[in-house]
Write a protein that binds this ligand. Structure first.
Ligand code: GDP
Ligand code: CA
Length: 338
């Protein structure tokens, strides 16, 4: 299928690897798949997904970013919410609340619950998360190889001033994000367990044995940042012969959706497309990217990014539909000279 904006078909890299969070990453990958479809290429896409958002709830293992990627690419996502299942109902959540069982703030849908039940059962039976994810994907057929960043438990926590107790304490990222809506004073972001974790099966190989690595507009702190915290991932990015290119999720000095602004503030990174590029850093200077796309409204930032040793270009970065997103991927390939 082609669109008015698709341009001529082009030769695509045979293998592309994407480091993804949830909603932003999944929508970007839809654009990658659209471009592959438009080009008639048989590019193999591997997605390394953040598992730092994972949480145990009511005895169940919930993996928000893995599921968002799986449901989005498998056509099961609620497109308006951006997460969870289409046609979802909330009876179990209401019943749990009626029993007074905490937490009540997490959106646990009835259909979604089945995924968490299957996952937890398999984990209890001894399967690693990577094998469980592969099994779940047999149903959803996402059209990509979906790899959790690690099979080990890594949880992103945020140090906040707890409004209930007036005390400073670390809470699970989901509590900061959903319960507090990122609207409480916060002081640090920590990936608990990351130091002792190992990358999931195939993760390092997907970075080193590929033709292009893409950092989508996913949250640089809690999505891509968590993946980078897994020991070995930074070194793999530094050493891979493949080019590593990123797309800014910050447009006009704010996030497009979500709460990246608040999280960048916590880690002391200015909220701008250029500052996020500098935060990732040029591979030539010990960082993780070779190039960076900013939105046209941030065209003035290109010179600053190039001064940091990172190739840059300004193009429209709004993922309004799959074709618009595919055009972003084309611009990224152009910048990479692919
Ligand atoms: P999450 O795990 O569900 O929060 O999703 P991700 O971390 O993968 O992506 C969230 C990021 O995507 C946010 O920081 C947004 O600013 C960014 N984002 C969402 N939609 C768009 C878009 O249309 N264009 C760009 N450039 N960024 C976007
Ligand atoms: Ca997430």
């Amino acid at each position: 299928m082609t669109s008015a904006s698709s341009g001529p078909a082009r030769t695509l890299p045979a293998r592309i690897t994407v480091l993804s969070g949830g909603v932003g990453g999944a929508r970007f990958i839809q654009g990658v798949l659209r471009l592959i479809e438009r080009s008639g290429a048989d590019t193999a896409v591997t997605v390394i997904a953040n598992t730092g958002d994972d949480i145990w709830l009511h005895g169940l293992k919930v993996c928000p970013d893995l599921d968002t990627v799986m449901y989005t690419l498998g056509d099961g996502i609620d497109t308006e919410r951006g997460w969870g299942r289409t046609g979802e109902t909330w009876h179990a959540k209401e019943e749990l609340a009626a029993y007074g069982v905490e937490p009540t703030w997490f959106g646990l849908g009835d259909k979604d619950l089945a995924t968490h039940l299957v996952r937890t059962q398999m984990l209890d039976a001894g399967y690693p998360l990577s094998a469980v994810t592969e099994a779940l994907c047999r149903r959803w057929q996402p059209g990509v190889r979906l790899l959790p960043m690690s099979d080990d438990r890594i949880e992103t926590h945020v140090v906040i001033d707890d409004p209930d107790t007036d005390e400073r304490r670390a809470v699970h990222f989901q509590e900061y994000w959903i319960r507090h809506q990122a609207n409480v004073p916060a002081h640090a972001v920590v990936q608990i367990g990351a130091d002792e974790a190992t990358p999931g099966p195939g993760v390092l190989e997907a970075i080193t044995d590929t033709d292009l690595v893409i950092l989508p507009p996913s949250n640089p702190v809690v999505s891509v940042g968590a993946i980078l915290a897994v020991p070995g991932v930074r070194d793999a990015l530094a050493g891979t012969p493949a080019p590593v290119y990123g797309v800014s999720g910050i447009v006009g000095d704010d996030h497009v959706r979500g709460m990246a602004r608040q999280l960048l503030g916590i880690i002391g990174v200015e909220v701008s497309a250029a500052a996020v590029a500098e935060h990732y850093g040029a591979r030539a200077n010990g960082g993780v990217i070779d190039g960076w796309l900013v939105d046209t409204v941030d065209a003035g930032a290109v010179a600053r990014i190039e001064a940091a040793g990172i190739k840059a270009n300004a193009v429209p970065l709004m993922m309004t539909d799959h074709d618009a997103t595919a055009d972003m991927v084309t611009a990224l390939l152009d910048l990479a000279g692919l």
